[in-house]
Design a binder for this molecule. Structure first.
Ligand SMILES: C[S@@+](CC[C@H](N)C(=O)[O-])C[C@H]1O[C@@H](n2cnc3c(N)ncnc32)[C@H](O)[C@@H]1O
Length: 243
């Protein structure tokens, strides 16, 4: 498959990754099903998010991430977007496949929406595990965000590992009706930090195409797949709108 162009496919992660050239990806990002045990539904599509056990999800994930690692450049990185259900297991898988010294950050995407519970602290964040292929060579450009302290008000400061980015509410303009759609601002920040200009971003579970749209808007190339034809339709129409 050519490295020069951007492309999206209706395909399964494992099948699609086998088509990619070795050491061709600058930034790998995946927001896989979280194993919520539910069918995720929206006006523009739905997908099953249920495995029999956490072990079964980990087995599914491990096979695919192991096949993906050789396709990432020495200067490249991996960002795995999960939550409390699997982040502890994903970290162990990546430590084993890549080595503990390849771990860079455990990013916390803190958002406001979501329920509360009388039995525990409200769960208001996702986990994004950031690993590199080579600790001496990986690309990183620290993202700048507005400072919040009184002393630095109006200035920018380097982002920390806690990312305060609002999740999409029901009225958000960018909402396309695909379930579990992530905000463009989150993906633009991650891509700006981890992928050089004109680099190649790969997302094998792109859903509504947020990663691809963010890559295109920020001057990166992109490739990816989703096994759900509804997702591919939504992503293609979002990408066409940028043209
Ligand atoms: C959490 S959603 C991604 C949402 C996306 N980040 C967005 O902003 O819209 C996960 C996606 O993974 C897809 N998916 C699940 N298993 C897959 C597999 N084995 N190969 C390719 N896509 C898969 C689902 O169809 C779903 O669209």
């Amino acid at each position: 498959m050519s490295n020069a162009m951007s492309f999206v496919e209706n395909a399964e992660w494992l099948e699609f990754v086998s088509l990619l050239n070795v050491s061709s990806i600058d930034m790998f990002y995946v927001d896989p099903p979280f194993n919520t045990g539910k069918k995720q539904s929206g006006n523009a599509g739905s997908y099953q998010d249920s495995w029999a056990t956490t072990d079964a999800w980990v087995e599914w994930f491990t096979e695919r991430i192991a096949a993906t690692i050789p396709k990432i450049k020495e200067t490249g990185s991996l960002l795995i977007h999960v939550d409390w259900r699997t982040s502890h297991r994903v970290r162990m898988v990546l430590d084993q496949l890549l080595g503990e010294d390849r771990f860079v950050n455990h990013l916390v995407w803190r958002y406001g929406l979501g329920g509360s519970s009388p039995r525990r602290f409200a769960r208001k964040h996702d986990d994004i595990l950031f690993y590199c292929i080579d600790p001496k060579q990986y690309y990183f450009e620290p993202p700048m965000v507005p400072a919040t302290s009184n002393r630095l008000k109006g200035k920018l400061k380097k982002a920390t590992d806690v990312l305060d980015i609002p999740t999409l509410n029901n009225m958000a303009d960018e909402r396309v009706g695909y379930p579990t759609q992530k905000p463009l601002a989150l993906l633009e920040l991650l891509i700006g930090a981890c992928c050089p200009a004109n680099g190649l971003v790969y997302d094998p579970c792109f859903g509504s195409g947020t990663t691809l749209v963010a890559a295109k808007k920020t001057g990166r190339r992109y490739c990816g797949c989703d096994q759900n034809p509804q997702a591919v339709k939504v992503a293609q129409s979002r990408l066409a709108e940028i043209d």
